[in-house]
Design a protein around this ligand. Sequence first.
Ligand SMILES: [Zn+2]
Length: 486
Amino acid sequence: MQMQSFGAACTVTGSMHLLTLGGRKILVDCGMFQGGDELEARNREAFPFDPGDLDAVILTHAHLDHVGRLPLLVKLGYRGPVYCTAPTAALTETVLLDSARLQVDGYRRELRHARRRNREDEVLAPLYEEDDVHRTLALLRPRLEFGETERIAGVRVTPQRAGHILGSAYLVLETPEARLLMSGDLGNRESGLQLDFTPPPEVDAAVIETTYANRAHRHWEGTRAEFAEALRTSVRQNGKILIPTFAIERAQTILHTIKELMEAGEVPRIPVFLDSPMATRATHEYFEFGDELIPPVRDALQAGEDPFRPSTLHVVPTSAESQRLNRYDGPAIIMAGNGMMTGGRIQHHLKHHLWKPSTSLIIVSFQSPSSLGGRIVAGADTVRLMGEDVAVRAQVHTIGGFSAHADQDDLLAFLGTSGTPHVWLVHGEVDVMEAFLPVLEGRGLKGDIVPDRAPVDLLGAGFASGRPPGLVSPPPRNEAPVAGGE
Ligand SMILES: [Zn+2]
């Protein structure tokens, strides 16, 4: 049972794990690196294996950092099946088409600018385009069902509910030799939409995500109350309320929470603009697969209600209509992408409103320190937006508890039933994983940090210190005071 991680090893992004089980090669996730130029440059590195040699690909869930390089894998020769759950397949289509469009638009824009400087040859081509995405979507096999065992490349694979986002699964892989657990991303047990993860069976080794392995999230009721208070304070300012929103899960959670708060009279019914075509499309999938969600949301859907539509909601389809919102008078909530404010329609809203003291910026998602959102959270006085310096005079509220990831208690509860003697840590910053190792040890578990790229024997002894050899200085700590994470 060998694993080589080519992403989400000693970092939280770019998930890609190559398993060699009984001589067969299975790739679990094929995600894109996100969060700054240095990390994103890794998307352009050659795959350290021949895509044509893989026997199968399995996706744990549809976030871009788990599926975003799949079209590149196909472009470079992978023709085999890609297994996932049905909701993951539906969301993957939305995510990959959006990713291709963003890359092509960005490429054309940069090319236009580069032409003026006679520097066209410096512009990097998109990683893939829409045609590559369509060829990829044709390989999806959306037949994984929670709790049902499938035979994939000679291995018995049982997906189980991970409770992270719609359709998210963790995997139990069985060979005659041993039983292995791959966690994918695990959910916060106090999610506003997702059911809790299913307790895992006993396994011989577990590969587990550690995004928030060093902290405890605020309870859901506290988060809801904090969000309501931020909205009420903001409404009193009589300005715009900007909520930068990731399109999958966070957008639906925020829409549902706003609807509940308005209906309960806890927040005034001011107009809500959903200015994100991708969030609008993703919300259709939450409708389609509503049976997967927590009972109050599922029951509302079955009763013909729309749990994601506050009565004052306006959907903004085109960018021209989005621009027109700049002239809209009076208080309103504007939800737009992207969640870290590094691009997308949120940027022009910020340009028009961030400098006004009457504006509120409510941050409900993880902000990487190098992102625009990270700089605002860190207290920047001025930020550069669409070629202009803009003063930060808006009230900034950060709400940490909307995270879709397990916290330390969730992770320990999850590992508690797995009976695993050996835990391999991925999808975390090094200092977070290092803080988690003694906690595991206190529970009688052996933990090891999975090295970047180097193969590990998952049933082997691991490393004496828990830290892979050669890992000398950990990457900089994420200091953004916002829990969240995608
Ligand atoms: Zn995720």
